[in-house]
Design a protein around this ligand. Structure first.
Ligand code: ADP
Length: 174
């Protein structure tokens, strides 16, 4: 049985990620999307929310599941009994970082291979952080995210906006 993991932050999942998931799922018996919990940069969504968003948009793929993980990717791969790690490559800027990660993982776990899938050209400039920036200024993000995910992002920024307004109102009163 061929098992692969696809680890990442997915804050939030984009159409670029989904494209990699669909293509990787067609290559293996089981694909486990790993949602990284221990992040230095503060994510917009909690790990649980990021996991739910992935589950929401991968329901059509019977061999795909999602799990939270922290610690080393290779330890997660071993727990999943996976033989490979899937990563997506967009531009040359991804290449150096990804190669470094893959080589480090290979030294620590030679039995696990990293497989790179190149992005669809139309998603080559798509990243979760760009989408968040666009959304924070009220821009349209439906081109970049699954519909359900886009709704959650708008909702999150609305909640943040309301919270900020409420805090400002309290500050003004004091
Ligand atoms: P990380 O913090 O581990 O880079 P991300 O959620 O940003 O997590 O990305 C997870 C993986 O998906 C990485 O391999 C990244 O290069 C890849 N990826 C991100 N966006 C795209 C995209 N638009 N097309 C293809 N692969 C992508």
């Amino acid at each position: 049985m061929k098992i692969a993991i696809y680890p990442g932050s997915f804050d939030p999942i984009t159409l670029g990620h989904l494209n990699i998931i669909e293509r990787a799922a067609a290559m293996v018996d089981r694909l486990i999307v790993g949602v990284l919990q221990n992040q230095t940069k503060k994510p917009l969504f909690t790990a649980q929310e990021r996991l739910e968003m992935i589950e929401e948009v991968t329901g059509h793929l019977p061999n795909v599941t999602a799990q939270l993980f922290d610690g080393l990717t290779i330890d997660f791969a071993r727990r999943c009994e996976a033989q490979c790690i899937v990563r997506g490559l967009r531009a040359i800027t991804d290449f150096e970082y990804e190669l470094q990660l893959a080589q480090t993982n290979r030294i620590m776990a030679p039995e696990i291979d990293t497989i790179f899938l190149t992005t669809e050209l139309k998603y080559a400039y798509l990243s979760s952080s760009t989408v968040k920036e666009v959304a924070s200024f009220g821009g349209e993000i439906e081109y970049f995210l699954p519909q359900k995910t886009a709704a959650r992002v708008y909702e999150k920024y609305q909640v943040k906006k309301n919270l900020n307004q409420a805090t400002e109102a309290v500050d003004e009163q004091n």
